[in-house]
Each structure stands twice: as C-alpha cells, then as structure tokens.
Design a protein around this ligand. Structure first.
Ligand code: 26W
Length: 814
C-alpha cells in the first residue's frame, strides 16, 4: 500500500476544516491525531469491506473470539506500520510541521482490559489478521477502561479513564446493526403450531446493543479483521412524562441503568466480586454477539443449523463469556425449534474454552439468587444441562457420589461457570505447558479423567509487530540488517540471528542500541519521576499487575536487603542497579495497594540517601499501560518473573522482554519453564521452589522458624517497622508484616513463600550481577534470547488454535 502525499495533505486540511472548523495551524494535537486516524481509516476501507465480502462469498469457516477484554493500546501507528505506510505518513506529517511521535502521544490507549488476558486477545487479533484467518472479535465498548493510576504521597489513587474524550479515533458506529438483549421477565410455556411446547419470555426489559467496529489490519496483507464492541443503550431514551413533571432523576433512571452496562471495566484481575452488573455485562455482549453471528450464519446457510459447527468456531476467553453456551441453546431450541439433543451436539462442537488461571478465587461462580431472576430462561437451560450431565455421570461412575457432588454445575447455591464451560465445549486449553499439566493433575483432575480428549495446551504468544518492530525500531533494524525482514511475519526466522551471538561487531552494536534505549527511558523517568538514573546501571524491571502471587514484595525485600548491606558497609561491592516497577492494584485489594506504598517508601529512602543512591535507584512508574510498556521493554536488561511457582498460568511480559534482549530472572512458573527449555541455564537466572515443592511445603512451612535462623532476613522483615521506611507511623506496613509471619484473612503465614525463596533469589541476583560485568558475555546471552524467541510469537499460537481447535484456514483476498 502507498499513500498519495498530495492527496493525503489536502484531505487532512479539509477534515480539520470540516470536522473542527479550524485551519491546520489552529488545530490541537488531539484534533490532528483524530484527522490522521480517520484518514488512515479511509486508506484501509476497501480492504476492510472486501475482507468480509470475500469470506462471506466463500462461506469460509469463521473463528469468533469472545472476550470481555481487549487491551488494544494505541491504534494509529500500529495500523500505519501494518499497512506499510508508516514512513510515508510520517513524512506527510512533517510537511505539515507535525512530528509523528508527538501525534502518536496524543492518542489515548484503548485500555479495555486488565492485564495479560486482555492483551493476549489484542495480540491474537493482530496475528489473525496477519495470518489471513477468517475471524472476528466480540467484546464490550466500555465507556471507561482500566482506571488511570496516580501516585499521591506514595499511594495509588484511581481516576476514571476517559479514553474517548477526544473522540473515537478508529471505529465505525453502526446503529443499523444494533440488536436487542433481554433481561429479567418470566418464562411461560406455549404450544406452537406444530403442537410442541415452546418457552417464551414475557415482561422482560430490553437493552439495545449498538456495535462499534474497529479494524485490525494485518501486516503486509489485504486482510482486515473486525473487532466488534457493543455499547448498551436504552431502547426508548428517557421518560418524557416524568421529565415534564420535573422528575428529572427518575425520568432518566432507566436510560442510565441501561447505559451502566457498558459504563466501566471491572478493574479486578484474578478475583471475582459476584456483582450483578458484571453478569449483566457478560450476558449483554454474549447475547448480542450470538445474535449477530447467527444472523450472519443464516444469510449463508439458511436454517440448516447442523452446519453451524462447520461454519463457526467460538473461542471463550476464560469463563467471562461462558453464558454463550446456554444462550446458543436458547436460540436453537426456543427460537429455531431444534430438539435438545441436536442443539446440544451443535453447541459442543462449536465452543472451545481457554482457562487462564489456577487461582481458586478467580473461578467464576454465580449465586443463583443473582442469576436466576436476571436471566430466568438461561437459568432453566443451565439446570437442564446440569440434570442431563448428572445423569451421564451416573452411568460412567455409578455410585461415586463424592465425584458427582464435586462436578455438579449447580451446587451450594452457585453456578460454576468453569464446569459449564467444560461440559459445553469440545476443547479446554491451558496457556502454557506447566499450566495445562497442573490443570490436568490438580484443579481439573476429575474433569480430565472424564474428558481426557478435550484437554490440550496452547502456549501463549505475543505479536512481534507491536512488541519488537514498533516498540523497538533500532533493534528491529539491527535484526533486519543481518537476517532480512522475514521475521516480521515469521518469527522462527529470528533463529538466524544466533549466528551473530558471538560476533564482536554485533555484540557491540547490540549493546549500543540497548544503551540508547536506556537513555530514552532515563529521559522519560527524569521528566515524569524527577529521578536521575545511571544509564550504565542494570535496568531491572518488574512490570505487571500487582498481585501477591507475582511477588513484587520479594523484589522489594531484596532492595531493602541491599540498602541495609550498603548502609552497614559502604564498601560492600555491588553492580549499580536501577529497579523499575510498574503495576496497578485492583481498587479493593488493600494488601496490593500497600505493597505499592512500600515500594514508594523504599524509593524515597534509597534515592535520597547519598551513601546508596549512586549504587541503587528505585523507580515506580505511574499508570502502567500498553503505551508505557512499549517504552519500557526495549530498555530492560533484566526481566523479573518471580511468581510463586504454580500460580502464574503463563505470563506474556516474559516473552516481550525476551524478544527485546532482556534476561529472565525467574521461577519455574508458567511460560518461564519454556523459556528456560529454549535458552538453558546459561542464558537465564532461574531460582526457587518448583510448583511441586510449593505443594509439598504447604503443610509444614513455618516462616518464623526460617527467620529465627536467618538474622539478615529477619532484619529485612523488621524494616517494615522501621520509621525510616514507615514514615507515617511505624504500623503503616503492619498488614504486610502480619501476612508474612502470621497470615491474614484466613490465609497461612507467607502463603506465597516469599521468605522461603528469599535466599535463592539473592544468589540468583548475585550471579546475574557477575554476568553483567562481562559485557560480551551479557550481549551474547541477550542475542541468544532474542534468537530463540521464535516460539513466543502469537502467530504460532494462533496457527495452533486454527489447526487444532477451530479447523480454519488462511483465506486472503486475491
Ligand atoms: C473475574 C475477574 C477476573 C478478571 C480477569 C478473573 C480473571 C481474570 C484473568 C484470568 C486474569 C488474567 O489476565 N490472567 C492472565 O492471563 C494471561 C494470558 O493467558 C496469562 O499469561 C497470565 O499468567 C494470567 O494471569
């Protein structure tokens, strides 16, 4: 694709005038960004419509990715890169006196996700489009995405994320394709013309789902995949009569209630609140998506629903969209009048479910008293699924009551969404080898025994186009100069870089690029944090959601240890290091928020102490998000992946670091295990308990005993009461202290075994320091990591989903 510069410039000027009544020089950066984006949208318009027409005409089997979260980040530059016009657009901008970087910075992130699961969905769309796979995404157009984080006096403060403030830069509003979603009401049985009984919903409340389509262009291909996000609106606006009567609040109450459904993303990662509004969000986008998809199917295949599993594959991203299973049953049985058994076979063959977590508190269980009144017919259908499933279980394991009880979909007053997902799908996958194995042998053991063939692994991946090509242009050029640019579409090609791992020129050049990237980040940190950091220090980075299992606390305690050693002996030898953190804590997760406060307390002490501050610095980067991540990964030397083994399903940041030449300092958890398999112990720093050992220690582990034999570690823990850190009062970090030594909220002491892994972490850190001192060795390690990162492209992951679960094929337009 190319752009006609003259035409482009003329259009931009015209758009500024038509949309904003301004001249180019009067327009704000946000306005210019908007018109640039709409211009880019115009550029891909034909490819986009043709993509859908082509797949429709071919009756290509489609994969639909249903996800409550799509953490897309910024659109414009990524789209321009994929369309192959990034440089030309930059030159055009220059002619208007606008810097492309400044334009980019004017775009708000589409932060419609919490963390890994949401970003995975976004990487998948990029890989689907680039791989020409007939596919689409369905989700929710949250009016407010992941909250904006401010740090005030060391504490996290949350602000609404008003990402649409300057307009929706890239999506197309399609009110003509709106659909109705029904809530509440009562179910009645009626005789149909054929004398059969059918179920009807009466006295329901309607909400209208209005789609906004966001185009995701593939790299160097005509394929453009659609992400369809639904917005909730009230069917009949506000109540004019009440308004006339001066009852303004009541007049708009219904409208507001409807709109509340897509108002805001729940900022919880790995815990469930059991809030009715969350269930309304889930059913809302699932029902709209199913209606839309069935409408498209019927246009191609008429009413022959036996064809549905040959025409459609639906991937359920965790349990959040699992109401899709009873919703499809409802459509097939109640609306299309199929018999239960045929409908059920169609369901199972259509749905596949991905599990993203081993944490019990993340498994969704809906209380019947919330679910049944809101979705009465869906509840009936789940009851019927459960009844038939128990009947089946009874035949396979007669008399094994304990097993039946544990596998019931509805029990103890709740509906177990993961169980429903497993029963109603033909495929259940984990997201890394270790995770899938733990599912089979622990969390889902009984299910694996019942349905061994349904279980499979799909190790996660990330798109190298955003996380290497876009985020790290200098390193990308370094790679392309040596091995050509085929890696952009086929990351296996990057293995050719290994030939340069010991090449002194390549090593020197790599280190120079890393130094430059560190310089750029240092300037950002100087501007935003007012901290001056040493660019030749080790950039040691932990960026991810804040959760106790991810053990940011272990990292923090290590810094306290270094501080105490340096204070006790200013000649204590240490390689200068900058510890960089970025993390949001769920708003109600007090322990996590307190850990943020602790990191900031440590930063205050360390950065302002003349004895230590030239050796270590601590930086907490505010408002971690996709666009900030793109700035941090290129500058990292060390990738902290230190979760308690057995808790991190996969991790995907670990892969982004690897592609950018950072070395993993990590536990044998999630995809770290697979990184280690590829690079070996010589090219990673692995420490700590294995998942198996964590299990074995669960019963006997006693952190107090451990501290009694380790004076240094004990002093580190006691620092939580030290007024140097606990500046407000010496009890401010008491909940952290308590959780380590005694356990809080019914948890065992040091549930995540931070103290148990402390010494091994220390040794791994020492080894890492030594390795860093040998520049050539370090460059070699980094180059080997990059060269062996091919497996972690989401292109590979998507190909496996396509070949092994969805049975769809690449289908580009000619
Ligand atoms: C219902 C509340 C809630 C919200 C989000 C529960 C669970 C989640 C997600 C499952 C959390 C999440 O993002 N999980 C991460 O998924 C990534 C992609 O597979 C994995 O790499 C991470 O290890 C996993 O924590």
């Amino acid at each position: 694709m190319t752009i006609n510069e003259e035409e482009w410039l003329r259009d931009i000027e015209k758009r500024v005038s038509v949309d904003f009544f301004k001249t180019l020089s009067e327009a704000s950066l946000e306005e210019l960004h908007y018109v640039f984006s709409r211009e880019a949208l115009g550029l891909l318009k034909n490819n986009w419509t043709n993509t859908m027409h082509h797949w429709n005409k071919q009756k290509a089997k489609m994969a639909y990715y249903f996800s409550a979260e799509f953490l897309m980040g910024r659109w414009l530059s990524n789209a321009l890169i994929n369309m192959g016009v990034y440089e030309e657009a930059g030159e055009a901008a220059q002619k208007l006196g606008i810097n492309m970087n400044a334009l980019e910075e004017a775009e708000a992130d589409a932060g419609l996700g919490n963390g890994g699961l949401g970003r995975l969905a976004a990487c998948f769309l990029d890989s689907l489009a680039t791989g020409d796979y007939p596919s689409m995404g369905y989700g929710i157009r949250y009016r407010y995405g992941m909250f904006e984080q401010k740090i005030v006096n060391g504490y996290q403060v949350e602000k609404p994320d008003n990402w649409l403030e300057h307009g929706d830069v890239a999506s197309i509003h399609r009110p003509d394709e709106a659909v109705e979603v029904k809530f509440w009401g009562r179910v009645a049985i009626e005789k149909g013309k054929d004398n059969h009984n059918y179920f009807h919903l009466y006295d329901y409340e309607s909400v209208i789902a209005v789609p906004y389509d966001l185009p995701v262009p593939g790299y160097n291909t005509k394929t453009v995949v659609t992400l369809r996000l639904w917005e909730a609106v009230s069917p009949d606006g506000f109540d004019l009569d009440l308004f006339q009567a001066g009852e303004y609040s009541r007049a708009v109450a219904k409208e507001i209630q409807a709109e509340n459904i897509s108002r805001v993303l729940y900022p919880n990662d790995n815990t469930v609140g059991g809030k009715q509004l969350r269930l309304r969000q889930q059913y809302f986008f699932v029902s709209a998506g199913m209606t839309d998809l069935i409408r498209r199917f019927k246009k191609q295949w008429g009413k022959d629903f036996s064809k549905l599993p040959d025409a459609v594959a639906i991937q359920l991203n965790d349990t959040h969209p699992v109401v899709a299973i009873p919703e499809l049953m409802r459509i097939l049985v109640d609306e299309e009048h199929l018999n239960w058994d045929s409908a059920w076979q169609i369901c199972i063959r259509t749905f596949a479910y991905t599990n993203h977590t081993l944490l019990a508190e993340a498994l969704e269980k809906w209380p019947i008293n919330i679910f049944a009144p809101l979705l009465p017919r869906i509840y009936q259908i789940i009851e019927e699924i459960n009844r038939r499933f128990l009947h089946y279980l009874h035949q396979i394991f007669p008399g094994d009551w304990q097993r039946h009880k544990e596998m019931e979909i509805i029990s103890d007053g709740v509906i177990k969404m993961a169980w429903l997902a497993i029963v109603g799908s033909h495929s259940i996958n984990g997201v890394a080898e270790l995770h899938t194995n733990l599912l089979k042998t622990q969390e889902l053991r009984l299910w694996y025994e019942l349905f061994p063939d349904k279980f499979n692994n799909k190790t996660n991946g990330v798109t190298q186009r955003r996380w290497l090509l876009k985020a790290n242009p200098a390193l990308s050029e370094f790679i392309t100069k040596r091995i050509g640019d085929a890696w952009i579409k086929d990351l296996n090609e990057i293995s050719k870089l290994e030939a340069y791992a010991e090449d002194p020129t390549a090593q020197r050049e790599f280190l120079a690029i890393k130094a430059k990237d560190k310089q750029i980040l240092a300037e950002y940190i100087a501007r935003h944090n007012n901290i001056k950091i040493n660019t030749s220090s080790i950039f040691d980075v932990q960026i991810k959601r804040l959760h106790e299992y991810k053990r940011q606390l272990l990292n923090a305690l290590h810094i306290i240890y270094l501080y105490q050693r340096l204070k006790a002996d200013p000649n204590y030898s240490i390689v200068p290091r900058t510890f960089i953190f970025g993390a949001k804590a769920a708003s109600g997760y007090h322990q996590a928020k307190l850990i943020i406060r602790l990191i900031n307390a440590i930063a205050d002490v360390v950065n302002n102490d003349p004895v230590v501050s030239n050796k270590i610095k601590v930086v907490f980067m505010e408002n971690y998000r996709v666009s900030l991540a793109e700035k941090i990964f290129p500058a990292a030397d060390v990738s902290e992946q230190i979760s308690t083994a057995g808790y991190e399903a996969s991790g995907t940041g670990n892969m982004k670091f690897m592609m950018n030449g950072a070395i993993t300092l990590g536990t044998l958890d999630g995809a770290n295990v697979e990184i280690l398999e590829l690079v070996g112990h010589e090219n990673a720093f692995i420490f700590g308990l294995t998942a198996e050992e964590v299990n074995q220690h669960k019963m006997s582990y006693n952190p107090q005993q451990l501290l009694a034999h380790d004076a240094e570690l004990s002093a580190v823990v006691e620092a939580l009461h030290d007024p140097i850190f606990a500046t407000e009062n010496i009890h401010m970090f008491e909940p952290i202290y308590q959780s380590l030594l005694f356990g809080v909220d019914g948890n065992p002491p040091d549930k995540y075994m931070v103290l148990k892994d402390f010494r091994p972490y220390l040794s791994a850190n020492k080894k890492l320091e030594q390795a860093y001192l040998d520049e050539k060795k370090w460059a070699k390690m980094a180059l080997i990591n990059i060269a062996r990162s091919g497996k972690f492209s989401s292109d590979r992951t998507i190909k496996q989903y396509a070949d092994e679960i969805w049975h769809i094929k690449p289908n580009p337009q000619k």
